[in-house]
Design a protein around this ligand. Structure first.
Ligand code: F6P
Length: 374
């Protein structure tokens, strides 16, 4: 019988509760004990400092009962967020803090730990696991879909649905006012979310950092030209999706890249319509607005795809622990669930952080780049 821990770390996303539920169910079937660590690795700190006790953290005290049972109905996998809470990327770089976290882990006497995290938090947990000799299995989650070696991460598909639905809704107000609406989408340095939702939501222009790292006046002129073409063809509104990772020009005062782009389209379109070129004539009436979707992209009911992926990843994590195959990241590659050594994954993540970009060694970028270029 094993005693395992599970924690969720970094920014939340839809599907975390579905993973927790599936891990507990799979572990219970094997007769194992599961401890839910609150607020990522901070939970170990709290344990060490006596702020919580191990018995409070047990997730299977009543058979399969977990928090999230309402009138006897198991609603946990339908709920967004994390019942465990998620540490907001605090870095236990202070060796004294790291020592206490490791001690907290030892106090629980765990055989293994399942860490559900994105690239930033997995990097931190990997270092702690190395120092503390933890038996670690990681599950990738992030709406950014930028964890290397896996084509899919938990939360991504739900976020794509959320953004796609927002684009649909925005179409009607854009159309009523003959406006161009710029929609800023999350994703950190990656454009997966913007590209997938932009295509699915019928955006006219999609800007992602992999192809358009920075906005310059040539780009703004081209965007205005495209809007002018649309207007000449009778379509008076336009939707532009921009990933938050696209950079503005140095010295720009706008906090959000979407606001920056909208402001520049407004200014450039008014300038262009003063030129003699007939193709720009209609731009004098152009009104551009921007919308920053923000954290709504991290919430919302997890889609059936994310619930299925959560169940698949959780089962694989439990299988790996049963085989005592540790230091692994559960991944999705070529339509199957597999695992990849964290010794290979983490150096790649560190390199991406240094470069501020996220080239990926799996074919998810094949989809991204091929689709975006065509
Ligand atoms: O990594 C997920 C993510 O939502 C990014 O897309 C976004 O840039 C970031 O987290 C926002 O982080 P926070 O919630 O800490 O502001």
């Amino acid at each position: 019988n094993k005693r395992i821990g599970i924690l969720t770390s970094g920014g939340d996303c839809p599907g975390l509760n579905a993973i927790i539920r599936a891990v507990v169910k799979c572990a219970c079937q094997k007769g194992w004990e599961v401890y839910g660590i609150p607020y990522g690795t901070d939970g170990f700190l709290k344990l060490e400092q006596g702020q919580c006790c191990s018995e409070d953290l047990k997730l299977q005290e009543h058979g399969y009962d977990l928090p999230g049972i309402l009138h006897g109905i198991d609603i946990l996998q339908f709920l967004s967020g994390s019942i465990l809470g998620s540490l907001s990327r605090g870095n236990p770089s202070d060796p004294a803090i790291a020592k206490m976290i490791i001690q907290g882990y030892q106090n629980l006497q765990l055989d293994a730990l399942i860490a559900v995290g994105g690239d930033g938090s997995l990097d931190i947990i990997y270092d702690l696991a190395e120092q503390g000799q933890w038996n670690l299995v990681a599950i990738p989650k992030t709406i950014d879909n930028d964890v290397p070696f896996t084509e899919r991460s938990i939360g991504f598909r739900t976020a794509v649905d959320t953004v796609t639905s927002a684009l649909y809704d925005l179409t009607f107000t854009a159309a009523s006012h003959d406006r161009t609406i710029v929609v800023e989408v999350m994703g950190r340095n990656a454009g997966h979310l913007a590209l997938h939702a932009g295509i699915a939501g019928g955006a006219d222009i999609i800007l992602i950092p992999e192809l358009t790292p920075q906005i310059d006046s040539e780009l703004i002129t081209n965007i205005c030209l495209r809007i002018a073409q649309l207007r000449l063809s009778g379509r008076k509104f336009a939707l532009i999706v921009i990933a938050e990772g696209v950079k503005n020009q140095a010295g720009a005062k706008e906090k959000y890249i979407g606001d920056y782009l909208a402001q520049n389209i407004n200014e450039m379109s008014h300038k262009l319509c003063l030129s003699d070129k007939p193709e720009f004539y209609d731009l004098d009436k152009l009104e551009t607005r921007s919308t920053v979707l923000g954290h709504i992209q991290r919430s919302g009911t997890p889609s059936s795809y994310d619930r299925l992926l959560a169940a698949t990843f959780a089962k694989k994590a439990i299988d790996l622990i049963a085989e005592e195959k540790y230091n692994q990241l559960v991944v999705w590659q070529s339509g199957t669930v597999q695992s990849q050594s964290l010794d290979k994954v983490i150096p790649h993540i560190k390199q991406c952080h240094q470069l501020g970009v996220c080239p990926s060694p799996v074919n998810k970028d094949g989809f991204l780049v091929q689709t975006a270029r065509s």
